[in-house]
Design a binder for this molecule. Structure first.
Ligand SMILES: [Zn+2]
Ligand SMILES: [Zn+2]
Length: 361
């Protein structure tokens, strides 16, 4: 249980700086009062926030419906103060990870164990002014269920903040039911493809990565992919079958949102195999065409996942706290908060995997 008296030992300023994405490639900083946590809330001082693809798309103007956005949902920091009803093992000053995507806990999706796709995820969004998870700030105020204590004091904040994307990928990998010695193809060797590679390998699967960018393909091989396919110059379906003894892979993860790649995955996957649509597809009204007899005659499954539920998050924090997976190869650059624009420019470059922003002491 958090001890309110101890929290008084941490000095908190009266105001803090937060960032707002106000338009295409436009960022503003503003100074706002530090909020006082309510009985079930916790105040967290942010130490690191990773720049996820969603914030990158909003910054670059690929997604325009969210301005003005308080971006940042991959957050690690220290607990500053917890309300009297917050039941946590973390004490003020302890390292924590904040799960910044909210869930109501009361809608039918939440009650069916699908709190990752809560019906009310945006319900309490203010009608006016900036809204959003708000991790690209010096402090965040969160609800008790969003607070995840970290056991190990040695894992850097820059890696702990990757608990959120790791949890998303963990959900995808669990739903795909990857078995030891399965043949798995991951389409796309960006950060999400490489996180899939990291987790799937630990399950004893044989992993092949499809990626046209030679640098990214080389990175996938260095992280353990047994082979790579260049979908720009090779026939993906033919190569996928050749590399899996003619049968086709047991699982294909689409870690890049290209409609044709999903169609090809459905054609390539082996009997009883699973095709996981992990990445969102843009533009959002894109359509695919697939032969329905593949579902009937080959018993394949086409499904996907979005975000993560509380169990996925807990497990991802455990994987990082206990050094079971290593995020270092995926951290491309670290920028101070004052250089957020430079950080976002670096993040949208194809040369980087994850770019992290740090908020200082
Ligand atoms: Zn994310
Ligand atoms: Zn809900």
């Amino acid at each position: 249980m958090a001890d309110i008296n101890e929290s008084e030992a941490i000095t908190v300023p009266n105001t803090y700086t937060r960032s707002i994405l106000t338009g295409v490639k436009e960022i503003e900083f503003e100074e706002v009062p530090i909020p006082e946590p309510g009985p079930t809330q916790a105040l967290v001082k942010v130490h690191a926030c990773a720049l996820c693809t969603w914030e990158q798309r909003v910054y670059a103007g690929i997604e325009k419906g969210f301005y003005p956005l308080l971006g940042g949902h991959e957050v690690s920091g220290v607990l500053v103060k917890a309300g009297e009803q917050v039941l946590t093992t973390a004490k003020p000053g302890d390292r924590v990870v904040a799960a910044m995507l909210t869930r109501c806990g009361q809608c039918i999706s939440c009650r069916r164990g699908l709190d990752n796709i809560c019906d009310n995820a945006w319900a309490n969004r203010p009608k006016h002014g900036p809204a959003g998870p708000g991790g690209l700030s010096e402090y965040v105020l969160i609800e008790d269920y969003q607070l995840y204590p970290v056991d190990n004091g040695d894992v850097p904040f820059e890696e702990l903040c990757l608990a959120e994307p790791l949890a998303c990928v963990l959900r995808s990998v669990k739903k795909a039911r990857v078995e030891p010695a399965d043949n798995v193809i991951i389409i796309g060797a960006g950060i999400m493809g490489l996180l899939h590679l990291t987790l799937v390998q630990r399950l004893g699967a044989r992993v092949i990565v499809s990626e046209p960018n030679p640098t990214r393909a080389a990175k996938a091989r260095s992280l353990g992919a047994v082979a790579t396919i260049d979908p720009a110059s090779e026939d993906f379906v033919r190569r996928a079958k050749e590399l899996t003894g003619g049968r086709g892979p047991d699982v294909i993860f689409c870690a890049i949102g290209i409609p044709a790649a999903i169609e090809q995955a459905v054609s390539a996957v082996g009997k009883g195999g699973r095709v996981m649509v992990y990445a969102s597809v843009h533009p959002r009204d894109s359509m695919i065409t697939i032969d329905p007899n593949l579902f009937h005659g080959r018993e394949i499954t086409l499904t996907g996942t979005m975000s993560q539920d509380h169990e996925d998050f807990l497990q991802a924090v455990g994987l990082l706290s206990n050094c079971i997976v290593d995020m270092k190869p995926l951290v491309s650059a670290v920028y101070p908060f004052s250089q957020l624009k430079e950080a976002l420019e670096a993040a949208i470059s194809p040369e980087t995997y994850r770019v992290i922003v740090t908020m200082g002491e």
